[in-house]
Design a protein around this ligand. Sequence first.
Ligand code: HEM
Length: 417
Amino acid sequence: MANKADDPVEGVEKPARVQSGCPVVHLDVSPALEAGSYWRKADELREAGQAFFNTMAQGYWMFTRYDEVREIYQHPEIFSSESITPWEPEPVYRFVPTQIDPPEHSKYRQLLSRWFAPAAVNEAGPAAEAICRRLVAQIAPSGGCDFVAEFAMRFPTEVFLTVIGLPASDADLFVPWVEDFFRGFGGDLAQQEAMARALDGMRQYWVDALDERRDEPVPREGDLASHLLHATLDGEPIGDALILDILTVLVLAGLDTTRAELGYLFRHLATNPDDRRRLIAEPELISSAVEETLRFYTIIFGDGRKVARDIEFHGCPLRKGDMVYGLVSGANRDPRVYDRADEFVLGRTANNHLGFAAGPHRCLGAHLARRVMKIAVEEWLKVIPDFRVATDAPLLERGGGSMMTLLTLPLAWEVTS
Ligand code: HEM
């Protein structure tokens, strides 16, 4: 896969600056592949070298190991979030707070932080458990399901809507919107129209929600849209356009990601009965299973940043405006950092993974995502302790261009009564 710097890559014009000893690859991260393929690719790259130049799109640098990826995340003054998609250095969209650099970034983040802080997540715990129990009770008697469609998409969506003060039943709208958006976002051109329709649908939903709340003199208790209408930034109301951006980003950042991690976690439990039995016997290990899922089955193949000034970075001559791609999937399985890096280790201690990124843009929804994943395992195993993957056909995962996710996960179990 990797070429020496001076070997031309077939059919690709080699950028002049890659003469500097940094190997060249031509790697397309968009196709759906058999589950696990993207982690294998990341492993191969990481062990072949710490840096590459990928000639896809306009060309971008890839850093494959833990220390470098962490460094990129922790230095926003060099690695700007102005674009986080390495093949799109000038994006037409602006995700807030994702694409705002420090120092402004913290003002935007503060508008949201208390909604996803540990206290808010604790408060939402009982409601989230009740949602999970209801969904599991609906699914259990059938003896099988497509876990992705029937549980993993639905559960985090209902919890998220509850946390921000909207009816959980609106998940009927959000589930297809999020699905259609990410089919297009990952680079599938045939899905662009569905993606645009999904964005329009979501936008109209939020416009209607804001209109309904606009004239209310005080913010509605526990209602994020209402809170944002009353919030100020630098002493001014923040305005509908920004509120719409923020709410859309929350939906896109929060729902598909949690669904994806749930898919890999439950595939692991279905195919590793020893781990499943251990979690039933020692439920105090469930948090560790969640953390290890976020490391070992990280859904972020890589995360992009835009270079803010010329700099030599680990031997690569980066220029202002270049794009870099921190290979999170490589970093999270880096044997230079983790013992038994290539194994899912229940009870692993010191699991400082990058599954939620690092630095100022570290995932705002990390506490919520962890709690949702934990509740899913707890409640599912109480009712369906023994289950398996119900197909011998290979499971497919969406390409790493957006986030890896199992497209389907057919599960089956015995129904006793
Ligand atoms: C397991 C599920 C999740 C994973 C793996 C995940 C992962 C990430 C990652 C890697 C980033 C950094 C992106 C970047 O800097 O380029 C991020 C940021 C973010 N996440 Fe998550 N996320 C998850 C769940 C959630 C949830 C449930 C929410 C909220 C409901 C959420 C909201 C956000 C927001 C708002 C940001 C931007 C933070 C900022 O720029 O300051 N995420 N997430």
